[in-house]
Design a binder for this molecule. Structure first.
Ligand code: PLP
Length: 341
């Protein structure tokens, strides 16, 4: 329905597939399904940013911009998807690739997402330090550089999150889930989703709150900073609700209780897996051939498995939102080295 209120440039293959995770469900004694936004796009392995960028790219094109400028970690899935979206619509991209964590690996800045960005003819600018969703000098300089060369840049913040249109993609996701539920004849009582820069969860909170039947959206923090993540999700949810209402869409009230952030699976730090993260990644891979990464989805699948084992979802159905991230796995081979093999 949001298509009618805001321009959207199709970049993905939507609706993304939903399927039951049969073996995991049997092991956990809980019905677990997955919605595969990791396979929702033909653009360079896709991921959750494709869904968000459909609305930002439409805006960029309408404004006559020719270059997307964004920022992220060296192994950012987001900057890779910005570069992919730019390539697919014939724009340029500049992406500031910062160091947000210390992962001692000689190929960390060579393989995975950064490699794909280079192959797609992006312009990665290596430099900058520390995770932050606030505006950075490096990003401002990249925007200036594009202007100095006569280009017209379109600024996209980290994760395409703290942007007026950042929450639309996942607000619309809620409608897509409701449509698929009707087709499948099921209802998902719980959505489990990795959360970091916030607009994925925030969009879902707004989108699902607009529906008649209530359900839980459970954000598994991956930023390893619960307070920061909560601030980000709350702000974007409120802004998104306001924006949709301003165009005649349904106004929803975002209550504090609607924003559930689980901090227990994010350690030891952003981008660094715990032993439990690695074990959960192996479980999803061995039981479902579903690949998850040590930065985001490894942590959310860990949360889902652990919470299910502790009885949180008894008698309920769970939908795992798989947001992508597997391209970073190459940069983490060390986490899976087995001396026996
Ligand atoms: N999963 C993957 C694979 C991601 O790349 C991201 C991006 O940060 C997330 C989850 C978290 O999404 P968000 O930043 O919108 O909270």
């Amino acid at each position: 329905a949001l298509d009618k209120l805001f321009p959207r440039k199709t970049l993905g293959f939507f609706p993304s597939p939903i399927h039951k995770l049969e073996r995991l469900s049997a092991m956990l004694g809980v019905e677990v399904w997955a919605k595969r936004d990791d396979v929702s796009s033909g653009l360079a392995f896709g991921g959750n940013k494709i869904r968000k960028l459909e609305w930002l790219v439409a805006d960029a094109l309408a404004k006559g911009c020719d270059t997307l400028v964004s920022i992220g970690n060296i192994q950012s899935n987001h900057t890779r998807q910005v570069c992919a979206a730019a390539a697919a619509v014939g724009m340029k991209s500049y992406t500031v690739q910062e160091t947000w964590l210390e992962w001692d690996d000689p190929v960390y800045d060579k393989v995975g997402n950064i490699l794909l960005t280079r192959i797609m003819g992006g312009n990665p600018i290596m430099g900058g330090y520390g995770y932050s969703t606030t505006e950075k000098d490096t990003w401002a300089r990249a925007l200036e550089e594009v202007r100095a060369k006569g280009g017209k840049p379109y600024a996209i913040p980290a994760g395409a999150s703290d942007h007026p249109l950042g929450g639309l993609g996942y607000a619309n996701f809620a409608d897509e889930v409701a449509m698929q539920e009707q087709q499948l004849g099921v209802f998902f009582d719980n959505i489990v989703v990795a959360t970091c820069t916030g607009s994925t969860q925030a969009g879902m909170v707004v989108g699902f709150a607009a529906q008649e039947k209530r359900r839980r959206v459970i954000g598994i923090d991956t930023a390893d900073d619960e307070a920061m993540t909560r601030r980000a999700v709350t702000k974007i949810a409120n802004d998104t609700s306001e924006l949709i209402a301003s165009k005649g869409g349904k106004r929803v009230i975002v209550r504090d209780a609607d924003i559930e952030i689980i901090p227990d699976y994010s350690g030891p730090a952003y981008g660094l897996p715990s032993e439990q993260t690695i074990a959960a990644i192996r479980t999803a891979a061995e039981m479902e051939a579903m690949l998850t990464d040590p930065v985001y989805e490894g942590k959310s699948i860990d949360g889902l498995i652990d919470m299910a084992k502790k009885g949180h979802f008894k008698g309920q159905r769970v939908l795992y939102a798989h947001l992508g991230g597997a391209p970073a796995l190459n940069a983490y081979y060390k986490a899976f080295e087995d001396p026996e093999n």
